[in-house]
Design a protein around this ligand. Structure first.
Ligand code: HPA
Length: 273
């Protein structure tokens, strides 16, 4: 544990030295949503592989770099590309970057992902604010000895996703004549998409969307005392709703379509945070 704290500090010092400021807002950009990083001013880019102790991203469509700078006059840092449990990383590794962001000053984080719509009303291209999650991954990044300097042993998850930020996001959307969905995200391990039976189970359990990320990062963000906003981009109807198969290409195509709306809204939210 001492070792992990040491690793966090080394990675954070490296990043801090490269960017030269302490960002307050962090973002994790999910599949295909990395374009947000192109809008940053006075940009500093740090490839993951150059950062001490960072895992290395392997999935297509995930660049794997930290991008820092200013948006709407605010200092931000973005993870362009993230780590997934299905790649074989431990939950602690997947969420390690969140620890590093905390160490360099980030106390508000926007976590985004691509997800399948489980709720029958959800359409491709909808954006869902995550009201809550169900950890169905069988993993938790806090398993093991707890370092109390990083957070408490038994973190409260009763308000994992900030009601204040959800309200703020709804207000920003209203100004843009847009309406976010708001629902429960179920994190599955992947890499298989769900079976129709698993999607029915997810719905019965109270999920509105399913994906393969976000849960470990949010658990660590809450452990570290960060304020969290989660946004799911509904890229497909989850398995079994339509009589058709599901592919990664389809998911990437759908994010392509929703990008302009997504960018606009996230910019508006950052401005108000
Ligand atoms: N299931 C899991 N993860 C996903 C999906 C899905 O239907 N769509 C995008 N990511």
């Amino acid at each position: 544990m001492q070792n992990m704290r040491q690793q966090i500090k080394e990675a954070a010092s490296f990043v801090e030295e490269k960017i030269g400021f302490r960002p307050q807002i962090g973002l994790i950009l999910g599949s295909g949503l990395g374009v947000l990083a192109d809008l940053i001013e006075e940009v500093k880019v740090i490839p993951y592989e150059s950062i001490p102790h960072f895992p290395i991203s392997t999935v297509e469509g995930h660049a794997g770099e930290l991008v820092a700078g200013q948006i709407k006059g605010k200092h931000v840092i973005m993870m362009k590309g993230r780590f997934h449990l299905y790649e074989g990383y431990e939950a602690q590794s997947v969420s390690f970057p969140v620890r590093v962001l905390r160490e360099i000053g980030v106390n508000q984080i926007i976590v985004t992902n691509a997800a399948g719509g489980v709720h029958f009303d959800y359409e491709v291209g909808d954006l869902m604010l995550i009201a809550d999650h169900i950890n169905n991954m069988g993993k938790n990044p806090l398993v093991g000895p707890n370092d109390k300097d990083l957070g408490v042993r038994f973190p409260d998850m009763s308000a994992a996703y900030s009601k204040r930020l959800i309200r703020l996001a709804h207000e920003v959307a209203k100004r843009e004549s847009f309406e976010f969905r708001e629902g429960v995200y179920m994190g599955n391990l992947g890499p298989t998409y769900e079976t129709p039976a698993e999607v029915r189970m997810a719905r019965l359990m109270g999920a509105d969307a399913v994906g393969m990320s976000t849960v470990p990062e949010v658990i660590v963000a809450r452990h570290a005392g960060m304020e969290v906003l989660g946004i799911s981009c509904i890229t497909n109807k989850a398995a079994g709703i339509l009589e058709q198969s599901l592919s990664h290409e389809e998911v990437m195509e759908a994010t392509e379509q929703v990008k302009p709306k997504f960018l606009n809204l996230v910019l508006g939210i950052i401005e108000e945070m």
